[in-house]
Design a protein around this ligand. Structure first.
Ligand SMILES: C[S@@+](CC[C@H](N)C(=O)[O-])C[C@H]1O[C@@H](n2cnc3c(N)ncnc32)[C@H](O)[C@@H]1O
Length: 316
């Protein structure tokens, strides 16, 4: 399995246009605020982008970020600009050809950004220990169209949980129940969209099988409850997060408007209170009362099947 994936991404594919599905999004669907950052990237890096979904969560300045399956480095070089000179981005990939493209342009991007804060390591995302990455050393882990390819997803999720600091989050595509098994108690769906199989031969073989791209955020928080419980709590978003002056989008079901008292379940309260988002919010209530299950928190499975019209913002 690993060998055939390596062969596909290293040798078969040479360009995003070689992909056989619509999983990879074009630049037009990228949020406007990311476009100037994308424009700074070397064309050889963007030409070998094979990802989907959105992997640029808010409030990254100064963060240490790990990209699992970083490919040619497109997301790493985008994130490098978001974490800034005090942050760091580490990309891990197993495929020599992809890493060669990523590494070839380290100097180019350092000059573009005015600082060097990216490094790439060759290895397997199932065994990050072998790369010397230590426990609780990353604020955010992202992964773009990679974990679905792993033959040992249990190890990937276990490693991600180990490497995250408390309050840190894994921002990636797919695998709700697996995530729960590894301690990410309340996976939050950020966006989803159907993937079209554009290769007619492949489509004929697949029949009625449907595929979706889904982006999740998973917080490493010890005290999350198995269900969304109503403790009578609320939050107020005060603005201040770049590119979210009017609304902060935690996930598909939480569009939190600036200045509005926004009732939340206990888990949402903790995701905002015990993470890097806390400075942008006021918090009302505590856990001393319990009113039962919180209605309307939402965890939609299967995903929307509406050609993407319900998506939040744009996919990357
Ligand atoms: C679909 S591409 C996505 C690449 C990149 N995230 C992007 O958005 O362009 C999948 C990448 O994951 C890498 N990959 C897949 N399985 C892996 C594994 N088990 N360990 C390390 N890298 C892996 C492949 O080498 C390939 O570069």
């Amino acid at each position: 399995m690993l060998e055939s994936v390596q062969n596909y991404y290293g040798k078969v594919l040479q360009h995003s246009n070689d992909l056989k599905t619509s999983a990879c999004c074009d630049v037009s669907s990228m949020p406007d605020w990311l476009k100037p950052l994308l424009a700074k990237l070397h064309p050889q890096v963007t030409e070998r982008y094979y990802g989907c979904g959105l992997v640029a969560p808010a409030v990254l300045e100064g963060a240490r970020v790990l990209d699992l399956g970083s490919g040619s480095g497109r997301d790493c070089y985008l994130l490098a600009q978001l974490v800034g000179h005090q942050g760091q981005v580490v990309g891990v990939d197993m495929t020599v050809e992809q890493l060669a493209v990523a590494n070839a342009h380290l100097q180019y991007h350092a000059e573009q950004f005015g600082f060097a804060n990216v490094e790439f390591r060759q290895g397997y995302i199932e065994n990050l220990d072998a790369l010397g990455l230590s426990d609780a050393s990353f604020d955010v882990i992202v992964s773009n169209c990679v974990i679905n390819l792993s033959p040992d997803k249990d190890s990937v999720l276990r490693e991600a949980y180990r490497l995250l600091k408390k309050g840190g989050e894994l921002y990636f595509n797919d695998f709700h129940n697996l995530a729960k098994r590894h301690g990410f108690a309340d996976p939050r769906l950020v966006e989803d969209r159907p993937i079209a199989i554009t290769d007619p031969k492949l489509a004929a073989k697949l029949g009625n099988t449907r595929f979706y791209s889904a982006t999740y955020r998973l917080f490493k928080l010890d005290d999350l409850e198995p269900a969304c419980e109503d403790h009578g709590q609320a939050v107020i978003y005060h603005g201040g997060i770049a590119d979210a002056p009017h609304t902060f989008v935690l996930d598909k079901h939480h569009h939190i408007e600036t200045g509005k008292v926004f009732p939340v379940c206990g888990n949402t309260y903790r995701m905002l209170h015990d993470s890097r988002f806390a400075p942008y919010f006021s918090f009302i209530g505590d856990f001393s009362q319990h009113f039962g299950i919180f209605q309307g928190c939402g965890s939609v499975l299967p995903y929307d099947n509406d050609n993407g019209t319900a998506n939040l913002g744009a996919c990357c």
